[in-house]
Design a protein around this ligand. Structure first.
Ligand code: ADP
Length: 323
């Protein structure tokens, strides 16, 4: 549905993005994650036809955005960082205006203008404020109006640039839920510098830093790939020093670090093993033989925040990048 290949954009002699390539299929909600200045807006602006690329190409619904911008744009709903709202219009006036600007054809949609606007308002939950002046709405409702304008004309691709910036926690959850429900039958790219946002909303994440793509994966898989199975957290009942000795005696175990006393008579340990070995069975057998019961075992998960820091600061980026 969206195909970007070798996309490069320079601003004068300043680098915006370099050689970015990815494909997003129909029905995917993909997070575009990176710190401020990473190149997210530049990439989105090129995909939506607001900026021309210095090199490379972007195709939406099989249409090249540079060769045929008008046709390509019919497939795109865009919510820029600052939604282009006319504050002194009512929601209804504004959406009617957008309907005209986009040149929507009722015949093509199979519903009247009124029906279409009513359906869009219903999708983003603004029906009850339709007759209110936009300026008097809360930040969350203004953002919903922004989403509504993106949805006018029923585009199959939605591009949302930092859709929850400036909203309070309750509004953030509401907007995320709206986006999730919209994603059921649309392709969505959502840019954010908030790591929890991609975990909450997206099935896949593209990580961008310094204008280049450093990872393309699922939030869960990215985290698993970077930790592997080789960092385990154990809670074991029994004397700490003894247990450290027993754990260290297991083949493949590289490091054992006691962490906290988690309950009376039981401590937690971080066990690091060779990356290619699964030491769990052996540890279980050895501890069982020594008479020390395992009360808990889990992989040490990296938060997306940790993943992001690792990806953007060290050379694990190449192994995390999916071809
Ligand atoms: P993000 O959206 O991830 O915050 P941007 O795409 O806005 O990042 O910016 C990427 C880089 O391009 C930054 O270094 C930024 O300073 C630069 N840049 C963006 N827009 C312009 C512009 N109009 N003129 C010059 N440099 C720009």
């Amino acid at each position: 549905m969206i195909e970007v290949s070798g996309l490069t954009k320079t601003y004068g002699n300043k680098r915006g993005i370099t050689d970015i390539s990815f494909t997003i299929n129909e029905g995917e909600i993909v997070g575009f994650l990176g710190p401020n200045g990473a190149g997210k807006s530049t990439t989105m602006n090129v995909i939506t036809g607001y900026l021309s690329a210095t090199a490379g190409a972007a195709r939406v619904a099989d249409i090249d955005i540079l060769e045929n911008p008008l046709e390509a744009k019919k497939h795109i709903g865009y919510l820029p960082q600052d939604p282009p709202l006319y504050l002194d219009m009512t929601v209804d006036e504004y959406l009617n205006f957008i309907y005209d600007v986009k040149g929507v054809k009722s015949k093509k949609l199979g519903e009247s203008r009124k029906e279409h606007i009513a359906r869009v308002c219903d999708m983003v939950g603004i029906t009850h404020v339709q007759s209110r002046v936009i300026n008097n709405l809360s930040g969350g409702y203004k953002q919903r109006c922004g989403l509504a304008q993106a949805l006018i004309g029923d585009p199959d691709v939605l591009i949302l640039d930092e859709p929850t910036v400036g909203l309070d926690p309750k509004q953030i959850i509401e907007i995320r839920n709206v986006i999730k429900s919209l994603g059921k039958n649309r392709t969505i790219i959502l840019s954010t510098h908030i790591l929890q946002e991609v975990s909450a909303v997206c099935e896949r994440v593209l990580v961008i830093n310094n204008g280049t793509l450093v990872a393309d994966d699922t939030p869960t898989h990215l985290s698993a790939m970077l930790t592997g199975e080789h960092k385990l957290e154990y809670r074991i009942a029994g004397p700490r020093e003894k247990i450290v000795q027993v754990l260290r005696s297991v083949d493949g175990v590289k490091m054992v670090t006691p962490t906290i006393q988690a309950e009376p008579g039981a401590y937690e340990y971080l066990v690091e093993s060779d990356e290619h070995l699964d030491v769990r069975k052996l540890i279980f057998q050895t501890l069982s033989k020594a008479g020390y019961p395992v009360l808990m075992l889990k992989n040490q998960d990296l938060s997306l925040e940790d993943v992001f820091i690792q990806l953007t600061t060290n050379d694990k980026k190449s192994s995390a990048k999916r071809g």
